[in-house]
Design a protein around this ligand. Structure first.
Ligand code: NDP
Length: 298
């Protein structure tokens, strides 16, 4: 059974980002900048932001983080987003979700200029992704999954792929990318009947559910590739918690051909793809003559 190591793989793609940033600077440009909005005191969000800031620093991307209290008005957040839209060095804008409940997420996100969307959350960019246009960013986690499979030379063409989860940020865009890569895709969700039976037909099974260790060996065809997108924090007593995926790693590893661990699986790939999108946006914005292979090689 092969471990699909997201840390090793993300290091590979981050090195590519780093090389591209060097090429940008060699053209007398400023480094691309990722501007991040952290609103409220969600500890997980703060941790993700620190990881993204560190990853940016290590690849030469500049960061600017707006740490805002929950008292900040929606109008003030939008005003700051507009300032970032107008800043020619900022090529990635990211509002860390979830926002505290009092805010209208859709309204806030819709103020990000499409050309600076680091997550591919905006309808315009999702539309470009749907149409298969090359000059667009791609949803980070799905792109990270495709690049991870690509790195390990797992060809998805002609394979039966089952994705459990249909969210706008993982399940749906991943289904699009898999389809573009010539997989035969089944999307499952909470209303799917006979889920283990459906999942067990898959050559590649992706779990993006948000239910700790829900998927065990009864969902997995012997030899299948299992991609665990889930990140769950479970109490282990004494006020401590541990991070685990949607898959029961121990049980599945007895039948699967390959599996991504949690942590150090899809998570680091998502971060690497935020960097990718930020640098890719910069190249497009400034019309630079630098090649960057944003999409996985289908
Ligand atoms: P959502 O809550 O938006 O979507 C969860 C999906 O799982 C829904 O489509 C839901 O079905 C489905 N689902 C829930 N329960 C079941 C069930 N019992 N059986 C079958 N399907 C079920 O989650 P996200 O897509 O945002 O995230 C999913 C997981 O991935 C989370 O753990 C999240 O933390 C993690 N994540 C990890 C990332 C990474 O970088 N590794 C990035 C983003 C997310 P329905 O639509 O019917 O409600």
């Amino acid at each position: 059974m092969q471990i699909l190591d997201g840390k090793v793989c993300s290091d590979f793609y981050r090195a590519q980002v780093s090389e591209t940033v060097k090429k940008i600077i060699a053209l007398n440009e400023k480094p691309p900048r990722l501007s991040v909005f952290l609103v409220g005191d969600n500890q997980s969000s703060a941790m993700y932001i620190r990881m993204k800031e560190k990853a940016c620093r290590e690849t030469g991307i500049e960061t600017r983080t707006h740490v805002l209290s929950e008292e900040t008005s929606e109008a003030d957040i939008i005003e700051l987003i507009k300032k970032e839209n107008a800043d020619s060095q900022t090529s990635g804008i990211l509002v860390q979700l979830p926002l505290p409940k009092k805010y209208n997420e859709t309204r806030i996100l819709s103020n990000i200029e499409a050309a600076k969307d680091a997550d591919c959350f905006l309808p315009e960019n999702i539309g470009h992704m749907f149409l298969g246009n090359k000059e667009t960013v791609i949803s980070c986690t799905p792109l990270g999954v495709m690049k991870l499979l690509n790195y390990y030379k797992i060809d998805v063409a002609g394979k039966d792929v089952c994705i459990i989860g249909r969210s706008n940020i993982v399940g749906k865009p991943l289904a699009l990318l898999m389809l573009a890569a010539n997989a035969t895709v089944t999307i499952c969700h909470s209303k799917t009947k006979n889920l283990p039976e459906v999942a067990k037909r898959a050559d590649i099974l992706v779990a993006a559910i948000g239910r700790a260790r829900m998927i065990d060996e009864t969902y997995v065809k012997p030899g299948a590739v299992v991609v665990d997108v889930g990140i769950n924090h479970v109490e282990v007593g004494n006020g401590k918690s541990e991070t685990c995926g949607d898959c029961d790693f121990e049980k599945i590893s007895k039948v699967a051909g390959a599996i991504t661990p949690v942590p150090k699986g899809v998570g680091p790939m998502t971060i690497a793809m935020v960097l990718y999108n930020t640098v890719y946006n910069y190249i497009l914005m400034k019309k630079l003559d630098i090649k960057m292979d944003i999409g996985p090689k289908f």
